[in-house]
Write a protein that binds this ligand. Structure first.
Ligand code: NAD
Length: 392
């Protein structure tokens, strides 16, 4: 069928197989061109189909020559329905990896469940023996625990109401949004979903099963951002979950022998999950404009290639005084933030296109679903029922 974008609020309900493939290839080419990294050789990536997780998998495979097992939660397509973008990304990644002689297998299912943990352990035992790196890159709206409880995360403040500027992408207008405070119950649920509990369960399960090499590194991702987003992010319900994630890194390192856990604080980028956060898309549109003008802009693949090559496997591990890897180092540069804040103070519907990189934001959003890729004919019929070569 001919596939066109169908955008509903913060998501696009269609995805383009050829476009996703092309964009995965661009990421692979970027990593290849940056050269070899003396890094891990057997890598498990949990949340491997989109955004930072996909970029981590590509960096491990094509930078370090690693065998990779990916855990994804995606939908296969059929003749009249497209698959999710993560499905097409994974199909493309595996196809390229296999053609290049790299081991790559994928397990599709709920990473929070013990069934998927058991399946991953069995696969590692059968094919790799052990892993030497585990990337935890889930961004999920909810989590079901083994007792059947479903926890839903919220994007709210933890203090009082917070009012600030936001962008309405449907009408290209700058509006004021008011974000209510989360209840204690909502904060608890957000920590359950986006905090470190499941990360620790994964590492504990892998370690108990004897499938973790001594000297294994595990990394999970976080965000801090500038003061203007603190009420909704760093000091909001999601920030409380990220505090829990950081505390969990310390717990994993001290309680699980042979494993060192890091939290990497990454740059704010357009992904499926960040587009749902109020205030943040307007901030990202301004940030893109400033960082592109200063020649400092990076996407997920540039960030993750740099994390592997410089922060984790460039010799000494590079952390800040709190033990965090800082991939937001360029975003948080005072000269960048001064410019962003100056624009933030005067941004309005009237000067939106001149003061932000809204076009870049929109393009990146479309590209999440395989649209606006170079060299793809979007008027041609494509096979939407593409399979993943080694899916379990
Ligand atoms: P994303 O939406 O692009 O990717 C999330 C991935 O998790 C997808 O592959 C999705 O399929 C997978 N996933 C979700 N639920 C799952 C489940 N139950 N089982 C298996 N897989 C599941 O998100 P992202 O922006 O790349 O976020 C990844 C991490 O990076 C998150 O911890 C996020 O907070 C963090 N981060 C994001 C940004 C940003 O600006 N996007 C910045 C800093 C840190």
């Amino acid at each position: 069928m001919v596939v066109k974008p169908k955008i509903r609020g913060f998501i696009c309900t269609t995805a383009h197989p050829e476009g996703c493939k092309r964009i995965v290839k661009e990421q692979i080419d970027y990593v290849k061109q940056k050269g070899k990294i003396d890094g891990p050789k057997k890598v498990l990536v949990i949340g491997a189909s989109m955004g930072y997780g996909l970029a981590s998998r590509i960096s491990a495979a094509y930078g370090c020559g690693a065998s990779t097992i990916g855990v994804i939660f995606d939908k296969q397509g059929a003749d009249a329905r497209t698959a999710s973008a993560g499905w097409y990304n994974t199909a493309a990644f595996e196809e390229f990896a296999h053609a290049d002689g790299l081991y790559a297998k994928t397990i599709n299912g709920d990473a929070f469940s013990s069934q998927i943990k058991d399946e991953v352990i069995a696969l590692i035992k059968k094919d790799l023996g052990k892993v030497d790196m585990i990337v935890y890159s889930l961004a999920a709206p909810r989590r079901s625990t083994s007792d059947g409880t479903v926890y839903s995360s919220v994007l709210k403040t933890t203090g009082g109401e917070f009012t600030n500027k936001s962008i309405d992408m449907k009408t290209d207008t700058v509006e004021q949004v008011t974000i209510p405070p989360a209840t204690e119950e909502e904060i608890f649920a957000t920590i359950k979903v986006m905090g470190g509990e499941d990360w620790k369960e994964w590492i504990g399960a892998l370690k108990s099963a004897g499938v973790v090499e001594d000297g294994t590194v595990t990394v999970a991702y976080s965000y801090i951002g500038p003061e203007l987003t603190h009420p909704i992010y760093k000091d909001g319900s999601i920030g409380r979950a990220k505090d829990h994630l950081a505390a969990t890194a310390k717990e994993i390192t001290s309680s699980i022998d042979g494993v060192t856990a890091y939290v990497s604080v990454n740059k704010a980028l357009v992904t499926q999950s960040s587009s749902a956060i109020p205030v943040v898309p307007l901030y990202i549109s301004i940030l893109y404009k400033v960082m592109k003008e200063m020649g400092l802009h990076e996407g997920c693949i540039e960030q993750m290639q740099r994390m592997f090559a410089e922060k984790l496997y460039g010799g000494q591990v590079q952390t800040d005084e709190n033990g965090l890897l800082r991939l937001d180092d360029w975003e948080m540069r005072p000269d960048v933030q001064e410019k962003v804040s100056e624009i933030w103070n005067r941004i309005s519907t009237e000067n939106l296109s001149e003061c932000t990189d809204l076009e870049g934001y929109r393009k990146d959003f479309s590209r999440l679903f395989g649209f606006e890729a170079e060299g793809v004919d979007y008027e041609t019929d494509v096979d939407t029922a593409v399979g993943i070569e080694s899916i379990i």
